[in-house]
Design a protein around this ligand. Structure first.
Ligand code: NAP
Length: 239
């Protein structure tokens, strides 16, 4: 927590679809004093309260360890879709090994912080899809790290309430198909709503477990209704 009492949050993968939404949710919440984006390339914007941290090796976080101190939450939004990965090993390295490295670094630098890992709807150790197994193994291994608080988030299709600087064709196509069905609670969730849900879970003191798409939307709705969670005129509507 900062000297003023606001939370300090780090966001990995802040240039991506999920990460852009999580950063936006943090910047719009007056109870958050500082957001640290940890990325390999610059963000397209800068704002008061946002600190950019450049990272060149997500398996060796020692160089950025000082930037992980004093955190209340770390939102791990870094990831890759299985269709983009060069190989299954590459997918596992980015999904599992990077997340575990971030989990260990969080445990060392900010032992009380909540670690929020973005997994995905359908994750399962017995799934026939290898991406789903890797996500579930990552959830499992993070839960065994001994973090003070560790939550795995399983969004379904993520919709860009706040657009990142680039969208993959899969994200564009998925978003276009999912938008008319956005009223279905299990089908999609906004990228800012994910951030709001993570903030809400952090404030509610939730310690561990898996958060499915429907519950992400419920947490985001509670955040949107929470007194003091928004600047006047910035309250959002959807999920
Ligand atoms: N999109 C969906 O509908 C959806 C649904 C369910 C779950 N998810 C999960 O949510 C997570 C984020 O997905 P997203 O849609 O936000 O992805 P995205 O838009 O492609 O963003 C991915 C983020 O991870 C970073 N990243 C990827 N590979 C990296 C590497 N090798 N080294 C360093 N940084 C790397 C990217 O950095 P650069 O910008 O520098 O490339 C970017 O910040 C993923 O784990 C995904 O499986 C997504």
């Amino acid at each position: 927590m900062s000297a003023t009492g606001g939370l300090r949050v780090a966001v990995f993968g802040a240039t991506g679809l999920a990460g852009t939404g999580v950063v936006r949710a943090c910047l719009e919440d007056p109870r958050i004093a500082e957001v640290r984006s940890v990325t390999r390339r610059p963000l397209r914007f800068s704002e008061p309260g946002l600190k950019e941290v450049r990272c060149h090796d997500f398996l060796d976080l020692d160089p950025v360890a000082p930037d992980l101190e004093g955190l209340d939450a770390l939102c791990f939004c870094l990831g890759i879709s299985a269709s983009q990965a060069a190989s299954q090993e590459d997918y596992r390295r980015i999904t599992h090994d990077f997340a575990l490295a971030a989990g260990r670094a969080t445990r060392a630098a900010s032992p009380q912080a909540a670690f929020h890992f973005i997994s995905g709807s359908g994750a399962g150790e017995r799934s026939w899809m290898s991406w789903a197994r890797v996500k579930a193994e990552t959830e499992r291994d993070l839960a065994r790290l001994g973090l003070a608080r560790c939550l795995s988030w399983r969004p379904a299709m993520i919709l860009p309430e706040e657009a990142p600087d680039r969208l993959t064709w899969v994200q564009m196509l998925g978003g276009a198909l999912a938008r008319p069905l956005a009223f279905l609670p299990d089908f999609s969730v906004g990228n800012v709503a994910i951030g709001e849900a993570m903030i809400q879970a952090t404030f509610e003191g939730r310690k561990d477990g898996v958060v499915e798409n429907r519950e992400i939307r419920e947490l985001a709705a509670r955040h949107r209704a929470a007194p003091g969670a928004h600047q006047p005129d910035q309250r959002r509507g959807g999920g």
